[in-house]
Design a protein around this ligand. Structure first.
Ligand SMILES: *Cc1c(COP(=O)(O)O)cnc(C)c1O
Length: 342
C-alpha cells in the first residue's frame, strides 16, 4: 500500500533518549515529577474510566477561563498542544499554502505543515532570536499561517507582548498567527494571554506542570477561530485522567511556586558554572539552556551518556555544535557539571 506523497518528506521525530537510572536533561521535563495535586485527582478519576470523557473538556476550559479571566469559548484542549498544531494545520491549510517558520525550531510545526500538503518557508533567526521583522517581511500572497515560539525552543529567547502586538498589526487579514508559549510560565516577563482576532496562543501542561506523559495542552483565541477545530477534532481527544489532572494542577500553587523558584535559582547556578568553565551559552527565559560548543554535540552527548547523563544534541535542530540542557534539580545539575568537566 502506498502512503500519500506528503509522507515521503516527513522525517521521524527524534525524541530525547530515556534510559532507566540515568539523569535526563534532554526533553525539558519537570525535574521534580508531576504535580502532586494532579496525581491525587488522577487516582480518584481512574475509578470512572468506564465512562467516556467530556468531549469538550468543559470543566478544564472553565477552570482556564477563570484563571485567565477569559471565556470558556476562548479555549480548546488537546492531546498535548501538538494536537492543536495538527488541528490548526488541518483546519486552516489548503494544499500549496505557505507557512512561515523560524529556522532551527520545534520540528512538529514542519511535520503538520507537510502532512497537509502545505509548504514550510524558513526564516533565519537573528542573534539566536526570532526575527519578527524578517518574518513579517517574508509574507507573500500564499502565506496562510505563521508559527512563533515564545520563549523559543531551543534558544530560550523571548519577545514581549508589545513586540507581539506590533507584529500582529503588520500581518494582513486572512493569515493566522500561532504563538506557541509552551515555556511561558518559566519566564519572568510572563503575561496573561490576550485574545487577538488573527492569533491562537498555545500552552501546555507538559512542562511547568510536570505532566508531559499525560498529554494535555490548550489553544487560546477568539471563539470564531476555534469553533472549526471543535468540529474537526476526534470527539474524545483529551482523556478523563488528563482533564482531571490538568484541572488539579492549575491550582497546585505550592508546586508551581517551587517549580518557578527552582528553575530561576538553578538557571543562575548553571550560568555561574558555565562562566567558570568558559562555555558560551544563551540567557534563557525557559527551563533549558542552549550551550554552544566548539566540538561535535553528538560526540559530547555520547560521552555524557556513558556517565549516566542524557542531554540533547541540537544536530537535528541544525546546530551540530550546540546542546540544549534542561534545568534540573541542584543534585542533577551538579552531577551534570561534574560529568561535563572531567
Ligand atoms: C515541549 C513543547 C511543546 C509541548 O508539546 P505538548 O504536545 O503539549 O507536550 C510545544 N511546543 C514546543 C516548542 C515545545 O518545546
Amino acid at each position: 500500500m502506498k502512503p500519500r506523497q506528503a509522507l515521503a518528506e516527513i522525517k521521524d521525530y527524534l525524541p530525547g533518549k530515556t534510559i532507566p537510572g540515568a539523569i535526563k536533561l534532554a526533553s525539558n521535563e519537570h525535574p521534580f515529577g508531576p504535580s502532586p495535586k494532579a496525581l491525587k485527582a488522577i487516582a480518584k478519576e481512574a475509578k470512572k474510566l468506564q465512562i467516556y470523557p467530556d468531549q469538550k473538556a468543559t470543566a478544564l476550559r472553565e477552570a482556564l477561563a477563570k484563571k485567565f479571566k477569559l471565556a470558556p469559548d476562548n479555549f480548546i484542549c488537546g492531546n498535548g498542544s501538538d494536537e492543536i498544531m495538527q488541528l490548526l494545520a488541518g483546519v486552516y491549510l489548503n494544499p500549496g499554502d505557505e507557512v512561515l517558520l523560524a529556522e532551527h525550531s520545534f520540528s512538529v510545526y514542519e511535520l503538520v505543515v507537510l502532512l497537509f500538503d502545505a509548504k514550510p518557508v524558513f526564516v533565519p533567526l537573528k542573534s539566536y532570536s526570532l526575527d519578527l521583522d524578517a518574518l513579517s517581511g517574508a509574507i507573500t500572497k500564499k502565506t496562510k499561517i505563521i508559527f512563533l515560539t515564545n520563549p523559543n525552543n531551543p534558544t530560550g529567547s523571548y519577545f514581549s507582548t508589545a513586540e507581539l502586538e506590533d507584529f500582529l498589526n503588520r500581518v494582513p487579514e486572512g493569515i493566522l498567527v500561532v504563538v506557541d508559549e509552551a515555556y511561558t510560565e518559566f519566564s519572568a516577563a510572563k503575561d496573561f494571554p490576550r485574545i487577538y482576532k488573527n492569533a491562537v496562543v498555545l500552552r501546555t501542561f507538559s512542562k511547568f506542570y510536570g505532566l508531559a506523559g499525560l498529554r494535555v495542552g490548550y489553544g487560546i483565541g477568539p471563539a470564531e477561530l476555534l469553533a472549526p477545530l471543535f468540529r474537526a477534532k476526534m470527539p474524545f481527544n483529551v482523556n478523563r485522567l488528563a482533564q482531571a489532572g490538568a484541572i488539579a494542577a492549575l491550582s497546585d500553587t505550592v508546586f508551581l511556586k517551587k517549580t518557578y523558584k527552582n528553575n530561576l535559582e538553578e538557571k543562575r547556578y548553571l550560568y555561574g558554572l558555565f562562566d567558570k568553565l568558559g562555555l558560551d551559552y544563551l540567557k534563557t527565559e525557559a527551563n533549558f539552556i542552549f550551550v554552544a560548543l566548539k566540538r561535535s554535540a553528538d560526540q559530547l552527548a555520547t560521552e555524557l551518556l556513558k556517565k549516566g547523563i542524557i542531554i540533547r544534541p541540537l544536530t537535528s535542530f541544525g546546530f551540530p555544535e550546540a546542546v540544549r540542557i534542561s534545568i534540573g534539580t541542584r543534585t542533577q545539575n551538579e552531577r551534570f557539571i561534574k560529568a561535563l568537566s572531567c
